[in-house]
Design a protein around this ligand. Sequence first.
Ligand code: NAD
Length: 499
Amino acid sequence: MTAQAMSRSPAADTVEVKQFVAGEFVAGTSGKTFENRSPVDGSLIGLVHEAGKAEVDAAVTAARAALDGPWGQMTTAERCDLLHAVADEINRRFNDFLEAEILDTGKPKSLAAHIDIPRGAANFKVFADVVKNVPTESFFLETPDGDGAVNYAVRVPKGVIAVISPWNLPLLLMTWKVGPALAAGNTVVVKPSEETPTTATLLGEVMNAVGVPKGVYNVVHGFGPDSAGEFLTQHPGVDAITFTGETRTGEAIMKQAAHGVRDVSFELGGKNPAVVFADCDMDKAVEGTMRSVFANCGQVCLGTERVYVERPIFDEFVARLKAGAEGLKLGRPEDPETNMGPLVSAEHQRKVLSYYKLAVEEGATVVTGGGVPDMPGDLAKGYWAQPTIWTGLPHGARTTSEEVFGPCCAVIPFDGEAEAIRMANDTPYGLACSVWSENIGKANRVARKIEAGVVWVNCWFLRDLRTAFGGSKQSGIGREGGVHSLEFYTELKNVCVKL
Ligand code: NAD
């Protein structure tokens, strides 16, 4: 596939993925590796070199040196030109990134080509443009001597940022953090998910190709506890930690960040509702809900797992959602007909299937799905799950309150606006919600009362990267996106000049 980030194993047709530290691809000194398996058929893709404390330390040291070196000397305009070059180089090598992302995740090629890779590249341009164009405040202070003083604010980088990212949109979510961090003048050490190590590593080649100074972007591989993730977040040389992943992992990282009082930005789990009113445009609501439940095999943090439907249209809505789910084509990523891939790993498949079993135990009527699909040939060894819809789950069931992160939803009837808001908000999470109604006043009234960081009205996943993105309640800490990313990736420093 590529020149340096991955090397072909001489023993088999598999690839080895290494750390990227100070501009070099290096194996771990411990010699430890772990397997990377294809979610599509369980076959071995390759081996990943696991970073020990020594590699993490080398990566943080390289990131610190780059801050004090050429990267720290560059003007904002020079840095931003380089980040535009990074985006252009990702786009030039679009097919390499596409192939790597598909191999690691098993997601349909059409999805990765439409969302993951273009957004992975765009994240560098968007934030380069944000930092160049955002003004800072200034105040004139009157003083008794009549001459006064001028206060002006400057944004300065925080330093070395640890980026801990998940597997569901690997390149996109990682660059969503790396883009603004670098644009603001920081350096980064990335720990991508152990399930999807490849595109983060490939990005190292891009950084070298366009001349980003060594040590600005580093990648270490491994797991969370007692591995690269924990070594990195505990490292005293890390100034701030940005993390996307499960809420429970966020709790662990917060404890790790407490040493040295490091700042955190967290994008965490969700149990997102959709609220579908009887006066919705039914075609649009069904189409949008289909995407929000089943896109990326339900492995989208913003995806819907609870669908509240106003009673007069409940039966029709369930029937149409069922027809949509049963029309999904599960298959290989390269097959243009495929619109749903497998779950990311055997472990995640076990988790999702345990909820499929639990739902039945909790009294669900399985409208469709509920198990493992019959897949042909080698695909039978992959980590598949049927698109699944439940009705009849009692209020408070675990299946309607815990995040499954699979291709499934509970559909629940409601009577009137107040009940819909009460049920939608009855969760410890607060990430995203979709409201479907042609009564725009009502839809907006409800949107404002929903406890979530992101609410869509008559749409889903319509993203404007300039807007604030993040979760309330247990779905996150802080906001990223547009100028809001700078609030985390920079310190706002005030300079007071007596005239
Ligand atoms: P995860 O929490 O299991 O892992 C995420 C990353 O954290 C991985 O790189 C992992 O190795 C690392 N990690 C785990 N324990 C750690 C520790 N103690 N210290 C340091 N690093 C550690 O999450 P996942 O399964 O990869 O991703 C799915 C989850 O991510 C879901 O809950 C989903 O909702 C959430 N998510 C949220 C958003 C958002 O924007 N809010 C976006 C995507 C995914």
